[in-house]
Ligand binder design. Structure first.
Ligand code: EPU
Length: 307
């Protein structure tokens, strides 16, 4: 196992932003994970564990600690049960399950990042969420490997109890449904095409920056409908697309330094060259202030900040 010193995190994040990790290591087994954590403990350094780096903004100064990349990438298919290790790319799992004639995961073809991160944040897109077909997850908790059932994981919209703990996802077990591999392959193509038409695919973006906004009460709904012409599907779910909101605020194309709000989708910030974490943070603050002052809406970041 190689502990790299002063490894630039911009090499490991979709944003292509981030200063050096004091130590950086890829772990392929639970024993390697234990070794990495022991290394950090011995040096009394903090640990940051990540998977794909797709939803992560690392500070320009870097991380004065040990960054652990989960690189266990096995997928086991047994009947309709599928176990995927934390480092498996969500898109790879979508392809593997479709090929095996198992339905339920095709939406994940356009999900950036790994299964570990997807479970932790209950990631979703195009009508699917990680929790949908998940039955249990294997977690590393206080030095032990534990199996936690779906109900105990307390999933919500982009939420799980894991986000509020020091647990590390090791693998996830899904129970899928029988499907036709030819039809599933078509679904994969359709989902990729709809992603291409609605989201920027250029490198240098961390996916959606903010969570979609939940309308909390009838009074709030009334207040917002006076200011905005809310599309019926958002009225039905009582959840406003953050991208749509940012579009309503006419902020597409807004740029601070090299961080720019995508022209394609308002909830994507793209690194148009040499953006810094500070550029992105300033843009985040700018959007939040405008949304709060003009619409009374408090946007919440979906992207994880590493400081
Ligand atoms: N819209 C606009 N302008 C924009 C963006 C969106 O008018 O700039 C409109 C769209 O035309 C559409 C509606 O808003 O009518 C909803 O947009 P979209 O279908 O893109 O969905 P979203 O709610 O903005 C969510 C997820 C995405 C996921 C897409 C596709 C969140 C925060 N976002 O976006 O997830 O890929 O649905 O299913 O939940 C992510 O979580 O990182 C992410 C990108």
């Amino acid at each position: 196992m190689l502990f790299k010193e002063n490894e630039p995190m911009k090499k490991h994040t979709n944003f292509r932003i981030g200063g050096p990790a004091r130590w950086f290591v890829e772990v392929r087994t639970v024993d390697e994970l234990k070794e990495a954590l022991a290394f950090a403990k011995e040096k009394t350094l903090p640990v940051f564990v990540f998977g794909g780096g797709s939803n992560t903004l690392v500070n320009d100064k870097g991380f004065e600690g040990v960054v652990v990349k989960m690189a266990m990438r096995a997928v086991q298919i047994d009947g309709n049960r599928v176990r995927a290790e934390a480092g498996v790319l969500s898109s790879a799992l979508a392809r593997a399950t479709a090929k095996a004639g198992l339905a339920g995961m095709t939406w994940a073809i356009s999900l950036p990042g790994t299964i570990g991160g997807a479970v932790r944040g209950n990631a979703g897109c195009f009508g699917g969420e990680t929790k949908d077909f998940l039955v249990e997850a294997e977690l590393f908790r206080d030095g032990q490997v534990v199996i936690v059932s779906k109900s105990d994981l307390q999933f919500g919209y982009r939420e799980s109890m894991i986000k509020h703990s020091t647990d590390i996802v090791l693998s996830a077990m899904f129970e899928l449904e029988a499907g036709d591999p030819v039809e599933l392959a078509k679904e994969l193509d359709q989902k990729l095409a709809s992603r291409k038409s609605s989201q920027p695919l250029d490198a240098g973006s961390a996916g959606c920056l903010f969570k979609n906004y939940e309308i909390h009460s009838d009074e709030e709904l009334q207040r917002l409908t006076q200011k905005l012409d809310i599309p019926s599907e958002m009225l039905a779910t009582r959840r406003l697309s953050a991208g749509w909101l940012i579009d309503q605020l006419d902020l597409k194309g807004k740029q601070i330094g090299d961080a720019k709000i995508s022209q394609v989708h308002g909830n994507f910030v793209v690194n148009s060259g040499a953006a810094t974490a500070d550029d992105v943070m300033q843009l985040v603050a700018f959007v939040k202030t405008r949304a709060r002052n003009e619409l009374g809406v408090q946007l919440q970041e979906e992207v994880q900040f590493v400081t």
